[in-house]
Design a protein around this ligand. Sequence first.
Ligand code: URA
Ligand code: SF4
Length: 207
Amino acid sequence: MKKEELAAQIAKAVVSCKKCRLCKTRKNAVPGEGNLNSAVIFVGEAPGQNENDQGRPFVGRAGMLLADLLSKIRLSRSDVWIGNVIKCRPPDNRAPMVDELRNCSMYLESQIKLINPKLIVTLGRFALEHFVKDAKISKEHGVAQVWKDRVIYPLYHPAAALRSPQVAAVLEKEFKKIPRVLEEAREMLKEDSRSSKKDNGAQISLM
Ligand code: URA
Ligand code: SF4
């Protein structure tokens, strides 16, 4: 099956998913969207009100900031893939609960296996914690790290940048390093593949 068809299959499973309580309050689930061949993907927390209304990720104010940051490194939304760890909006934008994160995580995992990016840019605390348990965003932002056969680059969430000019300045500075981090990731993963066997292209399991 083609990548597009597999992505559509995952999206279909997401929009009909009833694995956690958030299915009762969502208007639209937000599977994620973008270039399935991108070497870099962006992972946020969960849909907000605008995303819940439209069924698309990062289309509100935080999304405008993300698009603006992307343009600073000469990328547009459609060049990359953008998604969230949680696919349905938590009421009043409350933090996701542990069981919601647990139930939803397989969708993002399937999407990552399908896209097979070199670099995963996490936006905010919950996206980072999905990959690195007990990580502290305050300590680890801006520091790329190897995760399985990929590289994770944790950044502050654009919504946090909208609340604080200090955070905005740090986010912009670190965001501008993405092209370099991606180059380093490519190099690092190339070296790695000479010394160990990879598990890329692993089967996508939806259930
Ligand atoms: N914040 C997120 O984490 N994700 C979105 O899609 C929008 C806002
Ligand atoms: Fe399913 Fe995730 Fe939505 Fe919960 S948040 S209903 S697990 S898609």
